[in-house]
Design a protein around this ligand. Structure first.
Ligand SMILES: *[C@@H]1O[C@H](CO)[C@@H](O)[C@H](O)[C@H]1NC(C)=O
Ligand SMILES: *[C@@H]1O[C@H](CO)[C@@H](O)[C@H](O)[C@H]1NC(C)=O
Ligand SMILES: *[C@@H]1O[C@H](CO)[C@@H](O)[C@H](O)[C@H]1NC(C)=O
Ligand SMILES: *[C@@H]1O[C@H](CO)[C@@H](O)[C@H](O)[C@H]1NC(C)=O
Length: 706
């Protein structure tokens, strides 16, 4: 059956990661729907064996007997030996992609699944391993394969917080959910903060349900936000540090540069939130004491709590000596490369990093992944920082069958929880310092480079910017055990939702009044930065460039003369409203497969969209001052036009080299120090003072209690 293509209004798709394509949607065909439903079955109640009766006999799939169905026979042979010898990570224990023995298994399984010659083989293999391999490893590897395999493009992966609620909700809430799971709706009046809503039981997430910790938790609405954490996890599915090289040319996507930019965005965004709440600068990390501790409040599904870092955590402990020596060494190697202006590759050749494009090399170098110019010499010190500050180093190594490490990683060592711990931002502030040191070795942009002749911004007007809290409801049912009846029916009798407040903002419009002497296509960018630091001192522009957060980016056709560019916050292509809950995706795909309704593929499923509700920092009740920088540059499309060699509606085009709108450096023109006198001379650059107001609304809007 041919895939139907539905054209909607010719909205111009743009932004950093979206192709300039006019076709916005596709209706999934029968074959796609079949695959979509089958894949979602694999994620259902992941902690338990597979439920679908017709899938259970695929448990008997024999890899070796079917070896001709895979292109990578080496991987299949090695993997089946690993399974036979029981050298795979057992189910139920924590998995960490940063642990070498776990990584080895993950890469092998990736190669097996990826090399399946057709979908049926892929699926049978996935079902076969579903009950055997560790569920954390399974979900991670399966997701990476689905995103990278040409045959599975467009298949929607449920949001990680639907698959593994235990990484996102505290242990008290989830224990209450288990009680509800057993008792149904009876006795809920005995549980804290619980009520019935329609057919569901809702647990109010509430600071007070975790009364054992008294530290200031003001910023958790940001650091614990499930969508923010999922966003970071998703990026690491798209660009795993271990995936790349010749076979998977992710290097074409400027992965090193984007890796830097993504982190810069997250750290600057967090800084804006700190300032809004009257907190000081992000603490500087050194080798003495980490003042702020962290109690994760979450537990692994098997009941083991995440490691805790106490307040005033001393790093001069005998257990840490080795780790700290490594960090010092590896960081030093990077600093040396920056000062010398070159990197040494594995055969001793020098690679010049004294050019603006070398940001990509520097990024890959510091990440220390497979695409680093020399991962044996420039090693990943960020992961050592994470183990150190996550307080996992004291943990005595235990092994499964003497070989597979059993670990209890901290929140910092999982992508889906790393952003919860304030130490993440301190580590990254330190890492960004290395990038800034490199940026300072480049000449600053001269005024001619920044100027688009004939284009002048006359004024910028911004609506009143208002933030507020609203409640969201997250389905944690996949975390719960199925009873006999549910397991037979492959359906849940009880649905448990967790109600949490999240930051959001009112829709706003930015109007840029521009004159141009010629008609041309330009690229417009909005950045947000603080006006004052935590001491109330105005930050000079050339120092503030580090703090500019890219809010929006879009191409625009300027006519001759005067025009007002009107941009709504809802047009933003860097952000996404919400990922469709896993269960809803399943329902829609299942219904469409059985002739009820359609399953539409479009950008709402985009894993790499930043959560729109966090676009603006909270601000303050009386208004908090920020600056909005608007820059208009010549639109220089990428050398390989965006979206040209893949189908941008279904695919991310990973490794295509055609993912980005423009060849401009990410973060241009505030990717290098910019001086006020320069800004004053550039007519197509405008800095406007803005205030963000926070509005109190009753944070707990209780729906009709039945
Ligand atoms: C096949 O799998 C092996 C083992 O994982 C791996 O080393 C090799 O690179 C893979 N080959 C290809 C072509 O992907
Ligand atoms: C949190 O729970 C406590 C005790 O159950 C209750 O008194 C309080 O009103 C709740 N607060 C919110 C914001 O729901
Ligand atoms: C834009 O700016 C010009 C020059 O300052 C002014 O004449 C014009 O009225 C402005 N347009 C709008 C719509 O504000
Ligand atoms: C919550 O998720 C479970 C398991 O996926 C599903 O059975 C249930 O219908 C969902 N409930 C709601 C309200 O989405």
């Amino acid at each position: 059956m041919a895939r139907l293509v539905l054209c909607v209004l010719a909205l111009l798709a743009c932004g950093l990661a979206d192709p300039v394509h006019k076709v916005q949607q596709k209706i999934a065909d029968h074959e796609f729907l079949q695959h979509q439903v089958e894949v979602l079955n694999l994620f259902y109640h992941i902690h338990e064996p597979i439920h679908e009766p017709e899938l259970q006999h695929w448990d008997q799939w024999d890899l070796i007997q079917n070896i001709e169905k895979y292109t990578n026979e080496t991987a299949v042979k090695l993997y089946s030996e690993l399974v036979k010898a029981d050298l795979i990570l057992p189910r139920g224990v924590p998995f960490s992609i940063l642990e070498p023995t776990h990584l080895l298994e993950a890469k092998l399984l990736y190669n097996v699944l990826y090399s399946a010659k057709d979908f049926t083989t892929f699926y049978k293999t996935a079902v076969f391993v579903r009950n055997k391999v560790n569920e954390g490893l399974f979900v991670y590897v399966l997701s990476v394969v689905l995103l990278h395999h040409p045959g599975t493009q467009g298949i929607v992966i449920p949001p990680i917080y639907d698959i593994f609620p235990s990484y996102f909700h505290n242990a008290h809430v989830l224990t209450t959910a288990q009680r509800i799971n057993t008792h149904g709706k009876q006795w809920i009046e005995h549980y804290p903060s619980t009520y019935v809503w329609d057919e569901n039981v809702v647990i109010r997430w509430n600071d007070t349900v975790w009364p054992y910790f008294t530290d200031d938790y003001t910023l958790t609405y940001f650091t614990h936000d499930v969508n923010l954490n999922a966003y970071y996890y998703n990026h690491n599915l798209l660009y795993p540090y271990w995936l790349g090289g010749q076979e998977t040319p992710l290097i074409k996507d400027r992965r090193g540069e984007f890796w830097w930019f993504l982190h810069k965005q997250i750290i600057t965004r967090y800084y804006l939130e700190r300032l809004s709440n009257g907190f000081g600068e992000i603490p500087v990390l050194d080798f003495n004491v980490v003042k702020q501790g962290y109690v994760p409040q979450i537990s692994y599904h098997n009941g083991i709590p995440f490691p805790v870092r106490p307040n005033h955590f001393h790093l001069d402990q005998p257990e840490f000596v080795e780790a700290i020596e490594k960090i010092v060494d590896y960081e030093h190697r990077v600093r040396e490369a920056i000062d010398r202006g070159y990197v040494v590759n594995h055969v001793g050749e020098h690679i010049n990093i004294h050019t603006p494009e070398a940001i990509d090399i520097l990024g890959r170098l510091i990440e220390g992944g497979v695409d680093s110019p020399n991962p044996k010499y420039y090693k990943d010190f960020i992961s050592i920082w994470k183990a150190l500050l996550g307080n996992t180093l004291w943990h005595k190594q235990r092994y499964h069958n003497d070989l597979v490490a059993l670990v209890v990683p901290s929140v910092l060592e999982h992508y889906q929880t790393a952003l919860r711990d304030p130490a993440f931002y301190s580590i990254w502030k330190r890492v960004l310092g290395l990038f800034t040191a490199w940026q300072k070795t480049l000449p600053s942009y001269d005024v001619h480079q920044l100027t688009v002749p004939s284009v002048t911004i006359k004024s910028v007007e911004v609506d009143k910017l208002v933030t507020f809290f609203e409640n969201v409801y997250l389905n944690v049912t996949n975390h719960l055990h199925l009873n006999e009846h549910e397991s037979k029916a492959v359906a849940d009798d009880v649905t448990v939702l967790v109600q949490r407040p999240q930051l959001n903002h009112k829709v706003f419009t930015v109007r840029v009044n521009v004159t141009s002497e010629v008609a041309k296509t330009v690229l417009v960018k909005f950045f947000l930065a603080p006006k004052y630091d935590s001491n109330g001192e105005e930050i000079p522009l050339h120092l503030n460039t580090e703090n500019f957060y890219l809010l929006d980016i879009f191409p625009y056709d300027l006519p001759v003369g005067n025009v007002v560019i009107k941009r709504e916050s809802t047009d933003n292509w860097l952000t996404i409203r919400n990922w469709t809950p896993g269960y809803e995706v399943y329902e829609k795909a299942y219904n469409a497969l059985h002739g009820k309704g359609q399953f539409v593929l479009d950008r709402t499923h985009r894993l790499n969209g930043f959560p729109d509700h966090l676009l603006l920092p909270k601000g303050r009740v009386g208004g908090f001052p920020f600056v909005l920088l608007v820059h208009i540059s010549e639109f220089r499309p990428s050398k390989i036009p965006q979206g040209s060699n893949y189908d941008p509606i279904v695919s991310y085009g990973l490794g295509s080299g055609a993912r980005w709108l423009s060849d401009e450096p990410f973060g241009y023109p505030v990717d290098r120090p910019l001086y006020q006198w320069q800004a004053d001379l550039v007519p197509n650059l405008h800095i406007e003072d803005v205030h963000i107001f926070h509005k109190h609304v009753p944070e707990v809007v209780v729906p009709q209690v039945v």
